[in-house]
Design a protein around this ligand. Structure first.
Ligand SMILES: CC(C)(COP(=O)(O)OP(=O)(O)OC[C@H]1O[C@@H](n2cnc3c(N)ncnc32)[C@H](O)[C@@H]1OP(=O)(O)O)[C@@H](O)C(=O)NCCC(=O)NCCS
Length: 140
């Protein structure tokens, strides 16, 4: 399947958000808001948004945020592709490393994060979406 990934920031991400809310329902984080991410990466199948993911920069600390793929498009490499694009973009903006918080019970997400070079950090797990998440980091 030939997907196209586009990137949105500032006002554009708020405009695209209503189209993404349906996709967000298929995740543990249905209530995430555009202000919680700096950049949004959206994967399209033809003109239809089928997946999205976020990247945030908090006071110079970079973090991958939500990633949700519509159920019928899972297993086509979209999460891994969007991880790669977000890391490339963060690096181009001067990031030396990027963090992510992962629910270790989310086996495909954890697998994709580890396959993308992230390693587990010693920080205490934190709650997101009512589930414990472990911190991972990749050096760029
Ligand atoms: C977790 C999630 C983002 C994965 O997205 P995805 O685009 O399907 O993942 P990818 O296709 O990039 O995964 C690539 C690898 O994982 C495997 N994989 C992913 N989902 C799979 C599935 N449902 N069944 C079998 N293998 C799967 C792929 O086979 C591939 O492995 P390989 O490279 O060894 O062949 C998606 O399942 C999802 O949106 N889940 C709900 C929301 C969520 O949990 N988000 C993550 C936390 S924010």
């Amino acid at each position: 399947m030939a997907y196209q990934i586009k990137q949105f920031e500032k006002d554009a991400k708020t405009a695209i958000w209503p189209k993404l809310e349906m996709i967000a329902q298929h995740s543990d984080y249905p209530d995430i808001k555009p202000k919680e991410v700096s950049q949004i990466f959206v994967a399209y199948d033809n003109d239809e948004p089928v997946a999205f993911s976020g990247l945030a920069c908090y006071h110079g600390f970079w973090c991958l945020r939500i990633c949700v793929v519509s159920p019928e498009h899972r297993g086509n490499g979209l999460q891994r592709k969007m991880i790669k694009q977000r890391l490339t973009w963060a690096k181009s903006r001067g990031a030396k490393w990027v963090n992510v918080w992962v629910n270790p019970l989310n086996k495909y997400s954890l697998y994709n994060i580890q396959r993308s070079g992230f390693t587990k950090q010693p920080d205490k797990p934190k709650m997101f979406g009512g589930k414990l998440h472990q911190k991972y980091r990749v050096m760029l």
